[in-house]
Design a binder for this molecule. Structure first.
Ligand code: SF4
Length: 168
């Protein structure tokens, strides 16, 4: 498998890879339960009511969807909490990496946390490029697999929209 095959990942898939590989498998096999999650609904509201004057949700290549990107080439993402920090960070790093591979350089990211009025700057370095090369290949392999990765109970499972599917 080439890296260009692996580059077919979406930002959500990269995010889910860092949250739970099983969740990633469910999602990429058409099993979605997010509509059951109050937390997701709250997240959507925070997103909808933040940065009202900006153009939101820019879709690129029908593959990566940016919350918004401004003229200084800063990708802005809005999140409810820092709970899934790595997942958010790598989702944005993937956007930067994806754009870089299309020849768009010097892109940065900012994650906004409107509830706590905080923000975090995200920049891609060489080490993270290598991590992403590997992660994208793992994501590709998970998507191609006929069965989900084995079940492991984690603290975050209780807040996961797939909880009943995994543990009932
Ligand atoms: S309930 Fe736990 S194991 Fe199942 S998909 Fe969610 S996070 Fe992953």
């Amino acid at each position: 498998m080439s890296l260009s095959d692996a580059m077919h990942a979406t930002g959500v898939e990269v995010n889910y890879y860092f949250i739970c590989k099983r969740k990633l498998w469910y999602f990429t096999h058409g099993i979605t339960m997010e509509h059951n999650s109050t937390r997701v609904e709250i997240g959507k509201e925070v997103h909808k009511n933040s940065f009202k004057r900006k153009n939101k949700e820019i879709m690129i290549d029908n593959q990566i969807c940016l919350d918004f990107i401004d003229k200084e080439l800063i990708i802005n993402e809005t999140k409810l909490t820092k709970a899934m920090n790595d997942a958010t960070r790598y989702q944005i790093l993937y956007y930067i990496y994806y754009l870089e591979n299309k020849g768009i350089k010097q892109v940065k990211g900012i994650v906004h946390y409107p509830k706590s009025k905080k923000r975090e700057i995200i920049e891609l370095d060489g080490e993270e490029r290598q991590v992403l090369d590997k992660v994208l290949k793992f994501i590709y392999a998970i998507k191609k697999s006929n069965s989900p990765p084995s079940l492991e109970k984690k603290r975050k499972c209780k807040k996961c929209s797939y909880y009943e599917l995994c543990f009932s």
